[in-house]
Design a protein around this ligand. Structure first.
Ligand SMILES: CC(C)(COP(=O)(O)OP(=O)(O)OC[C@H]1O[C@@H](n2cnc3c(N)ncnc32)[C@H](O)[C@@H]1OP(=O)(O)O)[C@@H](O)C(=O)NCCC(=O)NCCS
Length: 157
């Protein structure tokens, strides 16, 4: 059980490749990704190596006893954030805690969310994003300081 433990963020590395590919190819992740194609191993490794070498990109693995999520941060004129929670850790507050840990970041912070992604829209609004541009692929922007991390549900989880 993962509830009740604090969340840490650490930079992703090549050792995370297999887990990140598993999360990337999860059907729900794909359904709500801008590119919904299944990604193969070689393509994934090339993407991960390139991402790790980019000065403008940060990949942060959320750890709650074990890796439970990924936050991607791309710095451009605005900073774009995207997120995924491990399929077996969803609906337990991981998304909220890991975004609370990843923020605040200076400057404009935006996110793109498919309009039928109820969980991600709710998560975004919980941590201080507001809908900026409606449409099938919505643009959200952080408009207020994020609230404190939610209290642990119980010491024993
Ligand atoms: C979207 C996602 C990151 C949410 O992470 P999570 O850890 O499950 O979310 P949390 O448990 O922190 O919950 C955040 C909010 O979403 C709500 N929520 C979570 N799962 C939900 C679901 N399946 N349906 C509706 N609401 C849901 C929670 O109730 C909570 O809202 P509340 O504070 O008002 O109660 C996760 O479901 C996921 O990885 N989905 C697949 C990939 C994806 O969609 N990535 C985002 C692309 S923009």
């Amino acid at each position: 059980m993962v509830c009740g433990e604090p969340i840490d963020l650490r930079p992703a590395g090549l050792q995370d490749a297999a887990l990140l590919l598993l999360w990337r190819n999860d059907p729900l992740t794909r359904r709500f990704s801008i590119n919904d194609a299944v990604v193969g191993w070689d393509e994934h490794i090339a993407w991960l190596e390139a991402s790790l070498a980019m000065e403008t990109r940060q990949l942060l693995v959320a750890v709650r006893g074990r890796p439970v999520g990924l936050v991607r941060i791309d710095r451009d004129e605005a900073t774009e954030m995207s997120w995924t929670v491990a399929p077996d850790a969803r609906g337990q507050g991981v998304g909220r805690s890991m975004l609370a840990a990843a923020l605040p970041i200076r400057g404009r912070i935006v996110a793109r969310i498919k309009s039928d992604n109820v969980a991600s829209r709710r998560l975004a609004s919980r941590v201080g994003f507001a809908l900026l541009e409606p449409g099938p692929l919505e643009r959200w922007e952080l408009v207020r300081p994020i609230p404190d991390q939610p209290p642990a549900s119980s010491p024993s989880g």
